[in-house]
Design a protein around this ligand. Structure first.
Ligand SMILES: C[S@@+](CC[C@H](N)C(=O)[O-])C[C@H]1O[C@@H](n2cnc3c(N)ncnc32)[C@H](O)[C@@H]1O
Length: 185
């Protein structure tokens, strides 16, 4: 097959057909985001927060804002359009010096500087990235996962919240958030 034609065809494959595609673009509701960051105990002015599948960037943006005030946050997403939206939100919030959005595949990014990693994927997808997290994360790092546990890890804590307490009725059902401390898994 002609290489040019083959490359062109590849571009037409939807992103969700990518072999490393881990979860569809369902956002975490604002109440859940705050509870994830609270449970992770983000250290103000010190911690670096990573959302390795960040969607529209709501978690990294929130992480550097009051009351969490992470030193920096990095959002990664395989979907170019979502990264564009996330970068616009970062710019509108005037947070370019604190939040970086990378249009990358999570499997091609180094997560070793993260103090906190936030996840909203699925149990099979958590299992796929588990070896990477175990290899790269510091012993002091924390992983918080919205709704989906990491099957072979022991959570240090869980938090059950009812997102219907907020205004966004679309996500009006209870959620569990899992906290994993890398030195306790
Ligand atoms: C359920 S959404 C979660 C978005 C955000 N973390 C939140 O909680 O609001 C999952 C995101 O994972 C992204 N994604 C899927 N596979 C990925 C991969 N291999 N690398 C980076 N991002 C990926 C999707 O594009 C989607 O935006």
């Amino acid at each position: 097959m002609d290489h040019e034609v083959f490359s062109g065809s590849l571009k037409k494959i939807p992103i969700y057909a990518h072999k490393n595609y881990l979860a569809p673009p369902f956002p975490s509701n604002a109440i859940v985001v705050d509870e994830m960051l609270r449970l992770a105990d983000v250290k103000s002015g010190k911690d670096v927060v990573y959302d390795p599948a960040c969607g529209d960037g709501r978690i990294p943006i929130r992480a550097v804002q009051e009351p969490f005030c992470a030193a920096r946050a990095v959002g990664i997403d395989i979907d170019k359009e979502l990264c564009k939206i996330a970068r616009e939100k970062v710019k509108t919030s005037d947070l370019q010096d604190k939040v970086r959005i990378k249009n990358r595949d999570i499997f091609k990014c180094d997560l070793s500087e993260a103090d906190v990693v936030t996840l909203y994927l699925s149990e099979p997808s958590n299992e796929r990235i588990r070896p990477k997290l175990e290899r790269e994360l510091k012993k002091t790092a924390r992983v918080v996962s919205h709704s989906f546990r990491m099957e072979s890890w022991n959570p240090s804590k869980t938090s059950d919240i009812n997102a219907s307490l907020g205004n966004d009725k679309k996500y009006a059902y209870p959620r569990r958030i899992y906290l994993y401390r890398m030195d306790e898994i």
